[in-house]
Design a protein around this ligand. Structure first.
Ligand code: F6R
Length: 245
């Protein structure tokens, strides 16, 4: 079942998303959070940090597994997703860093790393809440439009549109990695709860296609229509092509 919230701006959207994550942390202090990087969740993480500073949240027993990581970037690189997570959340709350997981972008064997990551998520007992952003083409994690829905963690070649979208964060476009490791759609679908956030008109088509169109691997997020517990939090621009406009 998909529940969609319309929030008036990024601030409110971030507060709503953070309140859903906080409720999971409060109800299950040793929960497993699946986390995302990108622009969308920055405000959500900021709210969580604020509530932690106010003494309202305790992350000491929380475990995390991130969706993805660029292939070829070490965690110390300022554009790696490990660096992003430390910088935007982990360094500011009382989480035990050894309980935080991001795929290893510089593992010698990609195949072994993918297997390790899938096993790690299984050994953690699965993900309680998976936070997602969405790409303009409907991608989730780095699962790009394809002919099928990949199940487990795997290596992907990034599309030109994703490389272009991400190049804003790198000094030179040539520096943007062309490959990434990502959780599969099967793992995302196994999360007990899914929370997807989208902000801005450039996400409007993806939101409409994902939640009001047919379920197809050409729009990877559309499979979420089959998940029993999905919450989507959007600003009005992201909902502008849907009946909720
Ligand atoms: C990030 C991720 C991506 C982003 C998506 C949207 O870990 O998995 O799928 O969520 O590309 O990115 P933003 O939020 O920057 O628009």
């Amino acid at each position: 079942m998909v529940k969609i919230y319309k929030e008036e701006n990024y601030e409110k959207l971030s507060e709503k998303a953070a309140s859903i994550i906080a409720s999971v942390v409060v109800l299950k202090p040793d929960c497993v959070l699946g986390l995302a990087t990108g622009t969308s969740p920055i405000g959500t993480y900021r709210k969580l940090i604020g509530w932690y500073e106010d003494g309202l949240l305790d992350f000491s027993r929380v475990k995390t597994a991130n969706l993805d990581e660029y292939r070829g970037l070490p965690g110390t690189h300022n554009q790696s997703y490990r660096y992003f997570m430390n910088d935007n959340l982990f360094d500011h709350v009382n989480i035990d860093k050894t309980n935080t997981n991001v795929p290893n972008g510089i593992a010698g064997s990609v195949e072994e790393e993918c297997k390790r990551y899938d096993k790690l998520i299984t050994d953690l007992g699965g993900v309680d809440l998976q936070l997602l952003g969405i790409g303009r083409n409907g991608h989730i994690g780095f699962n790009e439009p394809a002919e099928d829905f990949p199940k487990g963690t795997h290596l992907v070649d990034l599309t030109e549109s994703t490389i272009n979208a991400n190049s804003r964060l790198f000094e030179r476009k040539e520096d943007v990695p062309h490959q990434a490791l990502t959780m599969g759609i099967g793992t995302v679908m196994s999360a007990r709860k899914v929370l997807l956030i989208a902000c801005g008109a450039d996400k409007a088509q993806a939101i409409r296609d994902s939640f009001y169109g047919p379920i197809t691997p050409h729009v990877p997020a559309s499979i979420l229509q089959l998940h029993p517990d999905v919450t989507v939090v959007c600003d009005p621009a992201a909902l502008s092509l849907t009946p909720l406009a």
